[in-house]
Every structure is written in C-alpha cells, then in structure tokens.
Design a protein around this ligand. Structure first.
Ligand SMILES: C[S@@+](CC[C@H](N)C(=O)[O-])C[C@H]1O[C@@H](n2cnc3c(N)ncnc32)[C@H](O)[C@@H]1O
Length: 308
C-alpha cells in the first residue's frame, strides 16, 4: 500500500463528529481504537487525550498499522499499536496490565486504503489477486476458498454472508469455469463471472443500486477473515473492559454485523451492564454520503457502561 505524503490520514473517517461526541475522549483517558486503520478517527482522539492519556490501536493489517504510526506520530507519542485481531482485545490489555479503559471504538470492514490497494484483492473494480486477507501472514485466500468449496457450500456462503438471493446461479457459474480448467485467481475475473451470472435483461438490471459482484465479494471477505466470529468474541468481552460511565461505539456496514451489535447491546442492557444511547442506529447525513460513498451503508450504535 502506498502512503500519501500529506500529514493527515488519507482515509476519510466515517461520522467522525458523532464518534467523538459519543466517546468524549478527554485529558488523561485510555481509549481503545480496535480497528485503527490509518488512524482517521484516532488522530482526533489522540489530540484530545493529551498530555497524559493513552491511545491503544489494534489492527489485523500490518501494512495499515505502519500508516497509522506515521500519522499519529505527528501528533504525540501517547499511543501503542498492536497487530492483532480485535477478538484478542483481552490479551492486548493484559500485556499492558490495563483492566479498564475509558472508551472503545470499532469501525468495521475494510478501509478505503485497503480497497484501493490493487494487490490486496478486496475490490471488484481493480484488477488484482483474489486474496482478501486482512492479515496476509495467515489463513487462506479467497482464491483458495473458491477452490475448496463445493458448489453447494459456495452457494450457502453467498446466501448466508452476502445475502445474495441468486447465490446458486453464481456458484454454478464459478464451478462451470473451474470444471473447464479455468483458474479463478483475479478480482476482475470473479467480478465478470458474477456479473454475467446475475445479469437480468431489461429495466431491472439498470435499477440495481450496487454492482452485481458486491454481495459475492462481501461474502468471501467475511469467510476469509472469519469476521463474524471475531465480532461476536469482541462484543462478548468489550463491555467487561469499560470503566463505569465510559462508552463503546460500533460502526457496522452490513446487516449481519449490525444484528450482532444490536443483540449484544440488548443483552448488556438486560444484564444492567449497558445503557443504550442510540435507540435506532445513526446513519450518515446526505452531505457526508456525497463526499464519502463508503459512509452510505454505515450504522453507528453506542452504549454506556453502567457503574455496576
Ligand atoms: C474501516 S477501517 C478503519 C478505519 C479507521 N477508523 C480510520 O478512520 O482510519 C477497518 C479496519 O479494521 C481492520 N480490521 C478488520 N477486522 C479486524 C479484526 N478482526 N481485527 C483487527 N482489525 C480488523 C481492517 O484491517 C481495517 O484497517
């Protein structure tokens, strides 16, 4: 990934004002950004916890952590970065001998820098290897996953994690190509197969708001990175690390994630551990969506730890 030369993080943080208003980072606070990316939200958090606060940044992606380091170091050195899965938040805090923090942020999915980086294989718009791993040192690539799954398993993945109604058609088309001996190893190759399989002549296809391959790419990325399992583990643990009166903010980008967040917050409320601050999830305003298309599907939920 190529880092731009300017001083500010190039990733446009989604709902930055809302995130800051909920977390309310203040002098001396310990704040966890569990998906720090290139530090778009964290640069603002770091400024506010000076002079003696601590920002703990976690990301699975070693390359993006280097960028975060570069931008944060221009503000101050009150931060520590960890290459880890946010599911392992407890291990990170244990290393630091910290049991309670004053705020936690989780901004799910991939950053625009990862999407724009051709060699990562996240985008159907950019020719690249069908990789999609956030941590390139472990796990299987999307290319290998497509080789390993049977047609039925593949259709299930597209249905369950992409909510693609025509999942069987796409799985059949992929298997058809593989049986002919075609190795599906690039993003644009897969995008074309999905597009062709999902093509519907006439008006209907023109009305589609998203590219036909969107859901297929989402499904593969979720499975390659075991995203929902990590999220469940994180939601299970995070509340236990929040000091009384401090807040957790989670931004999700599809309904499978949002459902898990909603359920975890409700469970926290029922156990009298959390007070929910967003009865309905917040969404980005029109002007933000015009400026940053990624914010279009963001849903922000926030909750406050009770003093129990
Ligand atoms: C949307 S970006 C965060 C952008 C960041 N808030 C900013 O403003 O720059 C999401 C980040 O979360 C990371 N990520 C996704 N799943 C993760 C996981 N399970 N554990 C740790 N990091 C993860 C991705 O590598 C990516 O850098």
């Amino acid at each position: 990934m190529n880092a731009p030369d300017d001083d500010l993080s190039p990733h446009k943080p989604v709902m930055l004002d809302e995130v800051i208003n909920f977390i309310k980072p203040g002098k001396g606070d310990i704040i966890v950004d569990a998906t720090i990316g290139a530090g778009g939200h964290s640069c603002e958090i770091l400024k506010r916890i000076q002079p003696d606060g601590l920002l703990i940044g976690i990301d699975k992606d070693a390359e993006i952590l280097k960028m975060a380091d570069r931008f944060l170091s221009k503000i101050s050195d009150n931060y520590k970065l960890y290459q880890a899965d946010f599911a392992d938040l407890g291990c990170v805090l244990e290393k630091l001998k910290i049991s309670k923090v004053n705020g936690i942020l989780l901004d799910l999915g991939v950053s625009s820098l990862q999407l724009d980086s051709q060699d990562r294989g996240f985008s159907f718009n950019k020719e690249g290897p069908l990789d999609m791993r956030m941590d390139r040192t472990e796990g299987i690539t999307a290319e290998d996953l497509l080789k390993r799954l049977s047609e039925r398993e593949m259709a299930d993945v597209f249905w369950k994690y992409g909510e693609e109604r025509k999942s069987r058609r796409v799985a059949r088309a992929i298997k058809h190509e593989q049986k002919k001996g075609v190795s599906i190893n690039t993003t644009t190759q897969l995008a074309k197969i999905a597009e062709k399989a999902l093509y519907v002549p006439g008006k209907y296809s023109k009305k589609r708001k998203i590219h036909p391959a969107t859901r297929i790419f989402q499904a593969l990325r979720i499975v390659v990175n075991d995203e929902l399992k990590s999220l469940e583990q994180f939601l299970n643990d995070a509340c236990g690390f929040l000091a009384g009166g401090s807040r957790i903010v989670v931004m999700s980008f599809h309904s499978l994630e949002d459902r898990l967040v909603k359920r975890a917050f409700c469970e926290g409320k029922n156990a009298a551990l959390l007070e929910i601050l967003t009865k309905k999830p917040l969404i980005s305003c029109d002007s933000e969506i015009r400026e940053n298309v990624r914010s279009r599907s963001a849903k922000l939920r926030a909750a406050e730890r009770t003093y129990l």
